[in-house]
Design a protein around this ligand. Structure first.
Ligand code: IPM
Ligand code: MG
Length: 359
């Protein structure tokens, strides 16, 4: 078990330290594993002059799994997209062909009050956003900003998918739904975009191979509305890269805080990239206030998806549950009557709860 640890920038460092703490607590001396840390994002720029240093990419290629914190620095605001620290992540996802990004929006019962929706709309929420991660609008070419003769600049990007790219993420969605509540909702904008018309056609065709599952289609605007009107109707939602970026942040708020959302990104094999859905949040970095649970829950996803350690994954999830039930909350999920703790203490408490469950 070789795991690349890429803390990155801002709160990425703090939350990843807690994820690693919990990983060590759950594995104990039960098996041998290797954790190798490397810089990415702004940290990569500083160390090697590149947001994704070649040595970091090499490490990721040789690892069985990658735990990423967050990449992005305040200076990014003044840089073109491809020069930003966060772009390292886009390069990494693409280089490893990690096309299936699973973003579970699961509401812990203890956090029902922290959701942005009323209790009756979110109680029992458990949906999976499957975001296509290695193609679509994020990567399509041509892209750029070009001057024209009259000095009116024109910015342009390309949303494009090949049939095989849609097929493989479609299969991933159906396979995932089979292990859950057997419902797939494919999200597109087929009333306007050719990419989406092809998407809908291909997903429908792939769906014929899964007659035991329910498939329906929603336009992305309607899906955005349905997510805040009646989110309990959804099981697996599969969509284009950009649509998934947007709708997964929306879904995050239903669970109380984006600080709760883990993710896994997989390709055809077992190697995966695991990371919180949140960013580097420079405004709260270094203050011991960030919620480490998304990183900790990402470690659970890693154990389950890359290492087939479902028991260990469940122990982490149960420990998180136990700590929430005891009333400990980071500021983002704090409610009156609960106990406010910092990033470190939250990590310590989850690690300790894992120990307790041993006996
Ligand atoms: C995400 C993030 C990234 C993305 C950024 C940091 C490039 O928002 O993982 O959702 O847009 O994919
Ligand atoms: Mg995002």
């Amino acid at each position: 078990m070789k795991v690349a640890i890429l803390p990155g920038d801002g709160i990425g460092k703090e939350v990843t330290a807690q994820g690693v703490k919990v990983l060590k607590a759950v594995l104990g001396d039960s098996r041998s594993y290797e954790l190798v840390e490397a810089p990415i994002g702004g940290a990569g720029f500083e160390a090697e002059g590149d947001s994704l240093p070649p040595s970091t990419l090499e490490l990721c290629r040789s690892a069985d799994a990658i735990l990423h914190g967050a990449s992005g620095v305040p200076e990014d605001e003044h840089r073109p997209p491809q020069r930003q620290a966060g772009f390292a992540l886009l390069r990494l996802r693409r280089a490893l062909d990690l096309y299936a990004n699973f973003r579970p929006a699961f509401l812990f019962p203890e956090l029902t009050g922290a959701s942005s929706l009323k209790r009756e709309f979110v109680e029992g929420l458990d949906l999976m956003i499957l975001r296509e991660l290695s193609s679509g609008l994020y990567y399509g070419t041509p892209r750029g900003i070009e001057p024209d003769q009259s000095h009116v600049r024109r910015g342009f990007n390309t949303m494009a998918y090949t049939e095989p790219e849609i097929e493989r993420v479609g299969h991933a969605a159906f396979r995932c739904a089979r292990k859950r509540r057997k419902k797939v909702c494919s999200v597109d904008k087929s009333n306007v975009l050719e990419t989406s018309a092809l998407w809908r056609e291909v997903i429908t065709r792939v769906g014929l191979e899964y007659p035991d599952l329910e498939l329906r289609h929603l336009l992305v605007d309607a899906a955005a509305m349905a997510l805040v009107r009646a989110p309990l109707q959804f099981d697996v939602m599969v969509m284009e890269n950009t649509f998934g970026d947007i709708l997964s942040d929306e879904a995050a708020m239903l669970t109380g805080s984006i600080g709760m959302l883990p993710s896994s990104s997989l390709g055809d094999g077992k190697k995966g990239l695991y990371e919180p859905v949140h960013g580097s949040a420079p405004d709260i970095a270094g203050k011991d206030v960030a919620n480490p649970l998304a990183s900790i829950l990402s470690v659970a996803m890693m154990l389950r998806d890359s290492f087939d350690l479902a028991g260990e994954a469940a122990r982490i999830e149960n420990a998180v549950r136990a700590v929430l039930r005891e009333g400990y909350r980071t500021p983002d999920i704090f409610e009156p009557g609960t106990q406010r703790v910092g990033t470190e203490e939250m990590g310590d408490r989850v690690a300790a709860a894992i120990g307790n469950h041993l006996h």
